[in-house]
Design a protein around this ligand. Structure first.
Ligand code: BGC
Length: 742
């Protein structure tokens, strides 16, 4: 009785939602088309559209699914989508079966994880976010979409909008770091890049807002783990990037694996319906994460697959990824009155509408028909990948050893020095290690092969026999050592949680040995996550964070170490002092006993006994070969109306000897609020290029709506009151300005 009641409420809410949403003409047209088609469909065919499978030959991105006869499913209308097929001919072949041999000829939609590039692999997403270059990030998604469309894939499972401040979690590599404001700008740009202005064009693809929601806040950094936080915290710190991706028009979303405040996301009606659709205005379709519907049985909130499907359908989850509970139990659930046919119609029309908007009904084969030779690896796109990789790299320390002098002899050592696969990082789409410009190759091209003496020195986690000796021999012949160390691609991405986030011992031994012989050592750190770098910072003459920099990483490294380009990346995730601080992020709450200034060592303060509160490198941090001076901060609007715009100006001067780029960052602090506020929050930024000696006045405009926060009653709005403001090159900037919202 209770279940039936819930089911009927589900329908009522869903129908209310579809009438209440403001649909664009394009959306309306797509829904009208879908509604007509639905009239011709059997219940099983409708449920078929809600089922996504993988095939026996597809790439594997999760645990083994149930094996089934792909072609029969298509002919019977029992599947609406496939994921992870990496062969164009195979997709076209299956599409042909769908269109020609199924009763209604409804086209399939093919999805895949195109996360940071398709063929051309860009730096991992966390790295790219450190460029703070929103246009470049949008363009990288555009390039990825153009290449992807040529493969036959219609739909990418990206952007990942999960905020995380926990580098134990390997998937931080797929996100934009710890800050909701920057994360929101990046997720919207990524959606725009994929979807372009015309979803029906043959070089745009559907985006997917994932993982809804708060997947990045899993307990203790363990993947798939429980997420439990106040709704207030969720709305303030985690929701903004999802919201902005929806507002940018993403046509699909993915429910996350985790439970969220006690209810698995895939059966969480508050998340998938009330929040996502009614509040954020999402009008596309939601796919579950891999097997996540059935995993509600393991979560212990569904007795079996049938109950899991029932919960997911009634929570407004449109498509079941892989496991198959939807197609297996959907009809029974309707016949038993546990899910209404109206609900199925609604779920189905949302899937069909996206297929329609992609233009698949008009021409089911328009993706994958392009001449791949012409589309992939275009020279201008490779050049762009090189530039964005250089912009993503962050110079963490430098005693003057960088940039290297011309004619220098370089010993290039370490497991990442010539590692074509590792530099691509996790989730490489259709990327190919064979196309990687490794660090070795990049340096040989820039400095001449005879000036590069290469020795691997060590594997990632184990020494290699004679490796250290070989490295020392190389170093003896050289003026300087470039030591490319860090984590392998297998230690980045999904299911790669770590409790130690230091460089593995075998590689630290290399650093120790090289340092002991007295050579200058530059560490090139390759990683997809923030790490504890105390050892490297202490011992190396410079540390350049190269990340997993993608196809063109080696060329970008050569650009930077040679000084042809000036490092300009700034961290978007704090690098902890040690793992015990984690999660550590700049936008902490203040507490009633903040530790600050001369009160440092007093008892009864919010501090660690033997460890600083601050991370080793704060959010926003990054050096270059020149210096930027920020001065003369002026609040141009000391008093602002509640619906006004705050204006702040600051002078920035390149006071060094080289041209360079910096990221000017604006932070505010709300001094007194109804609920506790962070010590500071990013509310504006601008990437600027200044010639040596050049000075510019920057002006920032912050609509007061950007200062909204979550109140005790969970309403989200801006209050009157006083704020501090500051602009500088990292999150430690002094907040010397003041304004009042009246
Ligand atoms: C991941 C998703 C991904 C999906 C499909 C899952 O394991 O969590 O991010 O999109 O697989 O490959």
């Amino acid at each position: 009785m209770k279940r039936l009641f819930l089911a009927l409420v589900g329908v009522a809410v869903m129908m209310a939602c579809s009438t209440a949403s403001q649909l664009s003409d394009e959306e309306q047209k797509a829904y009208d088309f879908a509604d007509e088609l639905i009239k011709k469909m059997t219940l099983r065919e409708k449920i078929g559209q809600l089922q996504q499978f993988t095939t026996r030959t597809a790439a594997i991105t999760g645990p083994d699914g149930v094996k089934r006869d792909t072609e029969e499913c298509i002919r019977n209308g029992e599947v609406g989508s496939f994921l992870s097929i990496r062969k164009t001919e195979e997709m076209l072949r299956l599409q042909k079966i769908a269109v020609e041999e199924s009763r209604l000829g409804i086209p399939l939609i093919f999805g895949y994880d195109i996360i940071h590039g398709c063929r051309i692999t860009f730096p991992e997403n966390l790295a790219m976010s450190c460029s703070w270059d929103i246009d470049a990030i949008e363009h990288s998604a555009r390039v990825a979409a153009i290449e992807t469309a040529a493969t036959g894939i219609h739909w990418t499972f990206s952007p990942m909008c999960d905020i995380s401040a926990d580098p134990r979690w390997g998937r931080v590599s797929e996100g934009a770091g710890e800050d909701p404001y920057l994360g929101a700008a990046i997720s919207a740009a990524t959606v725009r890049g994929y979807q372009g202005n015309d979803l029906a064009a043959d070089n745009t693809i559907a985006a997917c807002v994932k993982h809804f929601a708060a997947y990045g806040a899993g307990q203790a950094g363990r993947d798939y783990h429980t997420v439990d936080m106040s709704e207030l915290m969720f709305r303030d710190r985690f929701l903004p990037p999802y919201r902005s991706a929806v507002e940018a028009g993403a046509v699909t979303a993915m429910s996350s694996f985790n439970d969220f405040m006690g209810v698995p996301a895939s059966g969480n009606k508050w998340l998938l319906h009330t929040l996502l659709r009614e509040e954020l205005g999402f009008t596309g379709f939601v796919v579950s994460d891999y097997n996540a519907v059935h995993e509600m049985v393991k979560h212990g909130t569904a007795a079996d697959g049938k109950e899991a499907a029932c919960q997911a359908m009634n929570a407004h989850l449109n498509m079941d990824m892989v496991y198959g509970d939807y197609i297996k139990y959907g009809e029974e659930l309707v016949k038993e009155g546990k899910v209404s046919e109206k609900s199925i119609n609604q779920l189905c029309r949302e899937v069909l509408a996206v297929k329609y908007r992609l233009g698949l009904f008009e021409d089911p084969f328009k993706y994958g028909r392009q001449n791949q030779e012409e589309v992939m690896y275009r020279a201008e796109n490779l050049q762009f990948a090189r530039e964005v990789a250089a912009k993503s790299m962050v110079l963490l320390s430098n005693n003057g050893v960088l940039p290297l002098k011309e004619g220098v002899k370089i010993a290039l050592v370490g497991p990442l020095a010539d590692a074509p696969r590792d530099q691509l990082g996790a989730w490489i789409g259709w990327g190919e290690a064979g196309r990687s410009v490794t660090i070795r190759k990049g340096l040989e091209e820039r400095f001449g092969a005879k000036n590069i003496i290469y020795a691997k020195g060590s594997d990632f986690r184990a020494p290699i026999k004679g490796g250290i000796e070989e490295a020392l021999r190389a170093a003896r012949k050289a003026d300087v050592v470039l030591l490319a160390i860090g984590l392998s691609y297998k230690e980045s991405g999904e299911a790669t949680s770590l409790t130690e986030i230091t460089v593995p011992e075998a590689q630290q031994a290399l650093l120790d040995a090289l340092k002991k012989m007295g050579k200058r050592v530059v560490v090139l750190l390759g990683t997809g996550r923030a790490m504890d770098l105390r050892n490297e910072i202490e011992k190396a003459d410079a540390v350049l964070l190269t990340w997993h920099g993608g196809t063109m990483e080696g060329a970008a490294v050569a650009d930077l170490v040679s000084g042809d380009k000036n490092p300009s990346g700034h961290l978007t995730m704090s690098f902890p002092y040690c793992v015990g601080q984690v999660p550590v992020h700049y936008n902490n709450k203040i507490t009633g006993r903040p530790r600050k200034g001369p009160e440092h060592d007093k008892k009864y303060l919010s501090r660690y006994m033997y460890t600083p509160n601050e991370p080793l490198f704060a959010f926003g941090y990054g050096l270059s070969y020149t210096e930027f001076d920020y001065s003369d901060l002026q609040v141009l609007t000391p008093e602002v109306a509640l619906d006004g715009v705050v204006k702040v100006s600051v002078k920035v001067k390149n006071v060094g000897k080289r041209d360079g780029e910096d990221v000017a960052q604006l932070y505010v602090r709300d001094l007194v609020a109804e609920t506790t506020r962070p010590m500071r929050e990013l509310k504006g930024f601008e990437r600027i290029a200044l010639k040596a000696g050049e000075e510019r006045v920057l002006e920032f405009e912050i609509p007061t709506s950007e200062l909204a926060y979550c109140h005790q009653d969970l309403s989200f709005h801006t209050d009157k009151g006083e704020f501090l403001v500051g602009v500088g090159a990292d999150s430690n900037v002094e907040l010397t300005g003041k304004f009042t919202i009246k």
